[in-house]
Write a protein that binds this ligand. Sequence first.
Ligand SMILES: Cc1cc2nc3c(=O)[nH]c(=O)nc-3n(C[C@H](O)[C@H](O)[C@H](O)COP(=O)(O)O)c2cc1C
Length: 203
Amino acid sequence: MSETEKSAKSEIPEGRNEGAVAFFRTRRSRPAKMLRAPAPEGEALRDLLTMAARAPDHGKLEPWRFIVMGPETRAAFADAAEARGRELGLDPDRIEKSVSGFRSSPLVIAVIASPKPSDKVPEIEQLFSAASVAYGLLNAALASGWGANWLTGWMAHDKPLLARALGLGDGETLVGFIHVGTAGRTPPERPRPDIDAITEWRP
Ligand SMILES: Cc1cc2nc3c(=O)[nH]c(=O)nc-3n(C[C@H](O)[C@H](O)[C@H](O)COP(=O)(O)O)c2cc1C
């Protein structure tokens, strides 16, 4: 083997997963408003959660949890959010925009950061792990052929609403609502970061 062949080969490790590489190069969320039934359920859904929970987790604290929001929970959450939005004096259009996804999406999974007491792992690292779980869930769904979208909005930061409607505890944070379902076409590509603008290549 020539030196050039050797060097080209050394850049492609044996364990390279072509499917995974192609996925990460092209992954694209689908807008929640495009999502329709069917959505994953039963073992297929459990499998997505299992993939998501396979996330980096310093100290194995598992500082996160899921709420799979079935139709009744989504409808009740939309009603509670609507009432809370009015209580807060939010613009009716803004309220409608933020709750409509809970009425139209065939499945929503709330990913919750639930930090555990630890002398070793700071709370912020536990939040990083929880965000990895949300990204893992999004990617697990997309890679499995579903459409998916990570959304938050004002509701994800309103502690009284989250406590009342979803039972979040004082120390918990809503990382994201992952909407999952069947999407039609892939939306057009959006501008992606310029790697040279965000990267220092230090010797
Ligand atoms: C924490 C977080 C919260 C987000 N919340 C919203 C949101 O409320 N509304 C929205 O339109 N996009 C929101 N996004 C952006 C979309 O999830 C996503 O970035 C966009 O649709 C493009 O995704 P893609 O790069 O996976 O294709 C959020 C993203 C993150 C990471």
